[in-house]
Structures are given as structure tokens and as C-alpha cells.
Design a protein around this ligand. Structure first.
Ligand code: ZN
Length: 876
């Protein structure tokens, strides 16, 4: 045989939404018995099948991957010899009654499972991850979300694995001969296989209780390794607040007598909403003031809430097929965003979310990986857990609420729960509910689920002395497979400010439904428009405004989002003006930054009536990626190093002009007294540390940062100081990095932060450091958190150094993707997205990036996850 193994690995088939068929067989109950062993876990399954009267008929086809089948029977009769096995499952082509009991026994090897999908071992602890298609690596099953069954589970394990958990309610447990023990669980709520979970390990519970609105008591447990018990309090508190919030906001109560959360070290994602047994990346559970930053606390709060909210939006009502992923994810992200907005500052939360959306989703929407919120085809569903499905999916929900109004929205949610509880649904079911409660036709709105790409919104104003004629037009750019787009429904919230800065007319919501539309609005004076208030639609607003108008909105707009947006636009435009094409090549221009622009920001920063957290966001410059995309739209080519240099100039201009203000802000807002992760203190730290980041561009600020590093009693302040020193190339940086390493070498999660600071440093030696750290013996790269914090962070969050003109970092990164692909294809494929912006670059860098993508694509035995990603990036 030729050496190229790709020849005998057929390309994974393209799966299309249009080909959906209901399942041929339904399952009533699924009973599983696990006899746990690292190399040979035996799984016995007993499944009640019934023929689906609405199904397409045909033989019994079960999914299964990497399983060793010992035996199988139908109604007690052995059928092992009559099965046809292949790489993706088995088929029993024999006459079958309309209802029968399938029993089978398989053997799997959790210790060898490095892909972290199915049942695997993480530091001696058994753990599962089944979404999307991991259950088929445990036993043969119709592994699709529209098959929902009641699961009973019995776990047998060595006695030293003291904690044996699965979904639902606990049943019997006790000792077994030979130093073993068992525990049983039963989940009364029918669920698809992707929500199955099992955990076994030497774990400790930190426990609490919650009484539901109707008076039922729920035991709450956060399970961690011995020694981590003192880092669970915040997660537990966030869980109780989330449970209460869902009752008050949506009337949704929890429906079991126990809710378990388990923290695991090796995990591909953030967390997983398995029914009654949420499994978390330990990074999103464990927190103490000494080890976690304010940002970590906020993420723990929102992820705990997100997974809990899935109990209704995802678990009780699930997805019909994986194309409908946004149905649970977009809605649940929207719900966790609302929760955080209620717990903290709604304005700050909205700005943070839009910054994230622009940084991750707009970038995806503009490149070769662009896809609709509901994709219409895939080869590997794991590649569609994307910013588009999650974050844009949440924006679509937010627009729907805006269009139907708050009251109708709640009625719609009630009807959705009432009508579809216990079902597996599609986007059409969701929209029908809102058509029924609102009387609106949502067929055009549905385009938000079907058309990829970020719409561009243009604005024209004409003032005739009495009325304003506002003309809005839209254009959705072509994306892979979708050259022509139809006009979308775009809700544009708009305010009208008079010369005094006051509102001269009530806010209006314009619904743009055509390519171009005009409105005539009578007003007492010519207004300054505050457009797209609250970021009422996920679009790019193309509007030429002069800096004076932006400064006016920054000073006066009553909409906090647009107030921030005005400052962000001032900064972005000032940075963009630092670069121009010279002979087709992006180059820095000699243009100085207008003092008026900096002063407008200074004025907002000094305004003590404004929330410190909000001012911290005003101070933060736009990301290099966001600037790069704007320059690509303007010039058609981007040099990431020129973008970086222009942004550094902006930071210098701010520091020079506002040094005294920054020092005063820092002095005023550094919280005193014991650390609290609560939002008000976190906001003040964000402002003080934002000021420090700029001040540390100068020797005095570096001395202040070194002093803060030495004195800080919490990770937020310590890390902010260490980052300020490292990223500004301060002479104290290396000593501080070494002191930090000595203090935290025993704590992998904290060391991830240490690596990330170095990986994201704009200093010229960043790549050499990343290489050295990645080659260090203690670097546990097989753990996804470790690899992402160093190699992933370098490629995703250090554009100036990743896009070096010689292409060496591209080769380095491709090497790592290939290495990780052999162990954990899902994580490798997700990290590959660092290359998605390659077509924005100049011809030289494009050729270097393309060469690496082609090298990956040609690798023998490449996973279907990674091969789909690189092919889309090369073809798109
Ligand atoms: Zn989710």
C-alpha cells in the first residue's frame, strides 16, 4: 500500500439539514451497567425499542465508534453473528417486532481516550462528555437528540473511587465483594443520549440546599478533588442565585431533588449541562481571591447560570437535530446575559458582550468559516460550536424580544415551555410560538437563522428645517456558498438629541425590512442621532460622523451603549488614521493624533458620575483584530504589525495627554480593605488597573506596577501589575515573572495565567518565549487548558507576533495543531480558527499561511474535525 493513509480514510460524508428524517426506532427506557476499569470498562446496555409509526422504517441501525462488542441479543435471543459492524456503528437487518428489548455488552478503554469524548480518565477520575456525539463511544445507540429515553444507571467501581455519580435521582448503593462498590441512579425525565453523564472518583462535596418556589428542597453539591473545597463557595452561591432568578424571571423551577456540579481538569469545553449532573472545566468552578481574577469570578457566575438554565432550554426542551444547536445555545446565552445584567451592571454587560461579538463572531462572519446561525450542512458537528451559533444566536433572540416587546416575549416563552416540554424541537417550532403570541409574520425574520455574514447598515439624513428624512439601507456581504443575500429585518433603535444634549423626541424603533427605506420625522430642531441604541441589531453601522459629533454623543447620550460606542469609534478612527496604503502597502502615516479626540475621552474618564466599570471600558482601546477588520474594509489588505504600531501610538497619545488623570483615577479607585468579587469593587479595580496598564509605559508607572505586584493580596491586582510590567517590557518584568512562577508552580490553573501573559505580550521576544515554554518538560500540553493558554493564546491574541513576516510562527502553530490532532481532534480543530483571517493579509503572508494550511491538509490520517476546518479555510 502507498504510504498516504488518507487514501483509505474516506472523507466524512456531508450531512444536510434537508435530509433530516425522523428516527426509525424510538426508545422508552435505557438501562446501563458500568463495570469501571481503566483499560477495559464493561458496559451492559438494556434498551426498550419501539418502532416509530412516523419513522421511515428500515432495519435497526445503531451508532457506535471504537467499541469492542462482546455480545448482543434481541428479546433474549443472541443476534451477535447477524450484525453488520462498520466504523460508524452496526446494522441488524432482520425481521423485528414493533417492540423489543435490545441487550448488548461492549468494552471500552477510558485510559486510552485522550480525545476527551465519551468516557475518559482525567487524573484518575472517570468522567464523560457526550455532546454532541460522544455517547456512541460508550455503547451502541441511536445517538441523536430526537431519541429521548428514561435512563437508569448502575456503576460498579473500586472502593477507592468513593463518589459514583450519574444523572437524576440517587438510588441504592453499597459494597461489593473484592474491594468494590456500586451505586445506582435513575433520571425520571426522558432525555437524549448527549445529556448522559457519569463521574467516578475520589471527590469531596461542598454542599448547600435550595428551596424551590413551590417549597421542594433540592440538595446542591459541588464536587472537587480533596484540597479544593475552599474554592467552591462562589460557584455554589452563583448556582442558588441562578435558580432563584429563573423562577422569578421565567417561572421555571428545578425538577429533581439533587443538583450536582463536578469540576474536572481535562475538558474540551467550558462546561456541560448534563441533566442533574453538570460537568465543568475546573477553571470555571474553582476560585479564591488569591487564585482567581474578577473576570474569572464573573465567568464562573455566568457559566454556572448558563448550564443551569439549560435545564429548561436544552434539556426539558431539546434540539431535534444538531442543525438546531442555536435553539438551545442562542437562547441560553441570551438568558445568561440577562442574568448577569440583572446581577451586575446591565450597561457594562451589554458593552462587554458586544465587544466579544465583534472580536469573535464578526471575525468569523467575515472569513472563510462564515456560516448561518443555523448551518445547513456539516461534516463534523463539533466544528459548529461557534461564536455564530452561540453569540449571534443570542443576538437573534434579543432582536426578537425587541420586535415583539417585553410583555409578548414573556407570553411567548410561557407558551414555548407549555407547548414543547418534553419535545425535541426545530427553529420553526420556536418561531411559530412567537408568531402565535404576537400575530406577526416572522418568515423574513427567519433569514437571521439562514443567511451568514454581518449586514452593513448605511444611514443618510436630510433636514428641511422642520423634519428629518432618515434613509436606512442594508447590504449583506457574500459568504461561502451564499453569493446573493435577501434584505433582512433590522430593528434600529434611535434617539434624537438636541443641541443642549437633551432628548428632543421619544426613542423610535425603525424596522428596516427592505434594501432601502426612508422615514420622515418632525422635530423642533435638527437632531444629533443616536443610532442603533443598545446595539439593537448585530450589524456594522457605516456612517461618516465627524469627531465633534462623536465627542458630543460621548458627553451627552443617555443610552450608555452608544455613549461608549462614540468613544470607541473616536479611538478606532484615530488609530485607523495612523495608517494608509503607500504603493499598495499598509504603512504608518506621520499624522499626529488630534488632541481634541483624546480630550473627549479624558472628559468622560474624569466624570465621577459615571460607573467606574463603564469608564474602564472607555479607556480600553479597540482590539487589534477589530481595527484590522475595519482597515481591511477600507484598504483591502492588512499588515498586523502596522495595526499594532498604530494602536501603540494611540496608547502613547492617551498616556502623554492624560498621565495626571490616569494617576488620579488609579489613586481614587483602588479598592481598600478585604477583597470582594462583587461588581462594584471589580469595576473600580478595572478602572485603576486600566490606568496602570497605560501608566506602565513610563518608568514611574513601571515602579508603581512593581510595587502593586509585590503588595497585592488578590489575583486581579497581582496579574494586572504583572501584565503591565511584561507587556511594556519593564526592567522589573523578568524578576516578577520568576517570583510568580515560584509562588504558583504547584497550581496548574494559575500557571495558565502566567503562560498566557507571556504568550500575549507584544514584546519582540514573545515568540521565542512561547517556543521555550512549549518545549519545557513540565508543559502538560495534552490538557486543553494548558495548550490553549500558551500556544492558542499566542495565535489568537497576539496578532503582531503571530503574523511575523517570516512565517515562523505559522509553521510552529501548524506543528502544534498536527500534534494535538493525533490526541484530541476536537481541540485541535477549534484552535485552527486562528488561521481564519489569513485572506486579509498581504500576498507574502497569505502564501506562508496557505502553505501551512496545505501542509496540514496533506497530513496522513488527519482527523475529520481538523480536515474539515482547513479545507473550509482553504476553499472559502
Ligand atoms: Zn450551552
Amino acid at each position: 500500500m502507498p504510504a498516504d493513509r488518507r487514501d483509505d480514510t474516506p472523507k466524512a460524508p456531508l450531512i444536510r439539514l434537508a435530509d433530516y428524517r425522523p428516527p426509525a426506532w424510538l426508545v422508552e427506557t435505557t438501562d446501563l451497567t458500568f463495570d469501571l476499569h481503566p483499560d477495559a470498562t464493561r458496559v451492559r446496555a438494556r434498551i426498550d425499542f419501539t418502532r416509530n409509526p412516523d419513522g421511515p422504517g428500515g432495519p435497526l441501525r445503531l451508532d457506535g465508534r471504537g467499541l469492542r462488542l462482546l455480545r448482543a441479543s434481541v428479546n433474549g435471543e443472541d443476534v451477535t453473528d447477524r450484525l453488520t459492524l462498520d466504523a460508524e456503528g452496526l446494522t441488524l437487518d432482520a425481521p423485528l417486532p414493533d417492540a423489543f428489548v435490545w441487550e448488548c455488552e461492549t468494552v471500552i478503554a477510558p485510559a486510552a481516550n485522550t480525545a476527551l469524548e465519551g468516557l475518559y480518565l482525567s487524573n484518575g477520575m472517570y468522567c464523560t462528555q457526550c455532546e454532541a456525539q460522544g455517547f456512541r463511544k460508550i455503547t451502541y445507540y441511536p445517538d441523536r437528540p430526537d431519541v429521548m429515553a428514561v435512563f437508569s444507571v448502575r456503576i460498579e467501581a473500586p472502593a477507592e473511587l468513593g463518589t459514583l455519580l450519574s444523572n437524576g435521582e440517587p438510588g441504592e448503593s453499597g459494597p461489593l465483594p473484592g474491594g468494590r462498590r456500586y451505586a445506582c441512579w435513575r433520571d425520571p425525565w426522558p432525555k437524549p443520549s448527549y445529556l448522559f453523564a457519569l463521574v467516578a472518583g475520589d471527590l469531596r462535596a461542598v454542599s448547600d440546599a435550595f428551596v424551590t418556589a413551590s417549597g421542594r428542597k433540592v440538595a446542591l453539591n459541588v464536587w472537587v478533588r480533596p484540597g479544593d473545597e475552599d474554592r467552591c463557595a462562589y460557584a455554589l452561591d452563583a448556582l442558588k442565585r441562578a435558580m432563584r432568578w429563573d423562577e422569578e424571571k421565567y417561572g421555571r423551577e428545578y425538577d429533581l431533588s439533587v443538583f450536582n456540579i463536578v469540576a474536572v481538569d481535562d475538558f474540551n469545553m467550558g462546561a456541560m449541562e448534563n441533566k442533574g449532573l453538570n460537568i465543568f472545566n475546573s477553571k470555571y468552578v474553582l476560585a479564591s481571591p488569591q487564585t482567581a481574577t474578577d473576570r474569572d469570578y464573573e465567568l464562573i457566575e455566568s457559566i454556572v447560570a448558563h448550564e443551569y438554565f439549560h435545564n429548561w432550554t436544552g434539556n426539558r426542551i431539546t434540539c431535534r437535530d444538531w442543525f438546531q444547536l442555536c435553539l438551545k445555545e442562542g437562547l441560553t446565552v441570551f438568558r445568561d446575559q440577562e442574568f448577569t445584567a440583572d446581577q451586575r451592571s446591565a450597561a457594562v454587560k451589554r458593552i462587554e458582550d458586544v465587544r466579544q461579538l465583534r472580536a469573535r463572531q464578526f471575525r468569523e462572519d467575515a472569513g472563510p468559516l462564515a456560516h448561518p446561525v443555523r448551518p445547513d450542512s456539516y461534516r463534523e458537528i463539533n466544528n459548529f460550536y461557534t461564536a455564530t451559533v452561540y453569540e449571534k444566536g443570542a443576538e437573534v433572540i434579543r432582536m426578537l424580544r425587541l420586535l415583539v416587546g417585553e410583555e409578548t416575549w414573556r407570553k411567548g416563552m410561557d407558551l414555548y415551555f407549555e407547548r414543547h416540554d418534553g419535545q425535541a424541537c426545530a427553529v420553526e417550532d420556536w418561531l411559530k410560538v412567537f408568531e402565535d403570541v404576537s400575530g406577526r409574520d416572522l418568515s423574513q425574520f427567519k433569514l437571521w437563522y439562514e443567511q451568514a455574514g454581518t449586514p452593513r447598515l448605511r444611514v443618510r439624513e436630510e433636514w428641511d428645517g422642520r423634519a428629518l428624512t432618515l434613509t436606512l439601507s442594508q447590504r449583506v456581504p457574500p459568504t461561502p456558498g451564499q453569493p446573493d443575500k435577501k434584505p433582512m429585518v433590522i430593528p434600529v433603535a434611535c434617539g434624537f438629541l438636541g443641541q443642549s444634549g437633551d432628548e428632543i423626541a421619544p426613542r423610535r424603533l425603525f424596522e428596516l425590512t427592505e434594501a432601502e427605506q426612508s422615514w420622515r420625522i418632525e422635530l423642533p430642531e435638527r437632531p444629533t442621532l443616536s443610532l442603533l441604541r443598545g446595539f439593537s441589531a448585530p450589524v456594522i453601522l457605516e456612517r461618516d460622523a465627524d469627531p465633534a459629533e462623536r465627542a458630543f454623543l460621548l458627553a451627552h447620550d443617555s443610552d450608555p451603549f452608544n455613549r461608549w460606542q462614540a468613544g470607541a469609534a473616536l479611538a478606532a478612527e484615530a488609530i485607523a488614521a495612523q495608517t494608509a496604503l503607500r504603493d499598495g502597502v499598509p504603512t504608518l502615516t506621520p499624522a499626529p493624533i488630534a488632541p481634541g479626540v483624546v480630550e473627549a475621552l479624558g472628559k468622560a474618564l474624569r466624570d465621577e458620575t459615571l460607573d467606574p466599570a463603564f469608564r474602564a471600558l472607555i479607556l480600553a482601546p479597540p482590539s487589534e483584530d477589530e481595527i484590522a477588520q475595519a482597515l481591511f474594509d477600507r484598504d483591502g489588505v492588512v499588515d498586523p504589525q502596522v495595526v499594532h504600531a498604530a494602536r501603540e501610538r494611540w496608547k502613547d497619545a492617551l498616556t502623554d495627554a492624560l498621565a495626571d488623570d490616569l494617576a488620579a483615577l488609579r489613586a481614587l479607585h483602588r479598592p481598600v480593605g478585604p477583597y470582594s468579587p462583587e461588581a462594584a469593587d471589580a469595576g473600580r479595580r478595572a478602572l485603576a488597573n486600566g490606568a496602570l496598564a497605560l501608566l506602565a509605559r513610563r518608568p514611574q508607572g513601571q515602579a508603581d506596577a512593581a510595587a502593586q505586584f509585590a503588595a497585592a493580596d488578590n489575583m486581579t491586582d497581582k496579574l494586572a501589575a504583572l501584565t503591565a510590567l511584561t507587556h511594556n517590557g519593564a526592567p522589573q518584568a523578568d524578576e516578577a515573572l520568576e517570583a510568580f512562577r515560584r509562588q504558583w508552580a504547584h497550581d496548574p490553573l494559575v500557571m495558565d495565567k502566567w503562560r498566557m501573559i507571556q504568550a500575549t505580550s507584544p514584546q519582540p521576544d514573545a515568540f521565542a518565549r512561547v517556543k521555550a515554554l512549549s518545549e519545557a518538560e513540565d508543559f502538560q500540553w495534552r490538557n486543553p487548558n494548558r495548550l490553549r493558554s500558551l500556544v492558542g493564546a499566542f495565535a489568537m491574541a497576539n496578532p503582531a507576533r503571530f503574523h511575523a513576516a517570516d512565517g515562523a510562527p505559522y509553521r510552529f502553530y501548524a506543528d502544534w495543531l498536527l500534534r494535538m490532532d493525533k490526541v484530541n481532534p476536537q481541540t485541535a480543530a477549534r484552535m485552527a480558527g486562528a488561521f481564519e483571517t489569513w485572506r486579509r493579509l498581504d500576498a507574502g503572508r497569505q502564501a506562508l499561511a496557505r502553505a501551512q494550511l496545505q501542509r496540514i491538509a496533506a497530513e496522513p490520517g488527519l482527523s475529520r474535525d481538523l480536515s474539515e476546518m482547513v479545507e473550509r479555510m482553504l476553499d472559502g
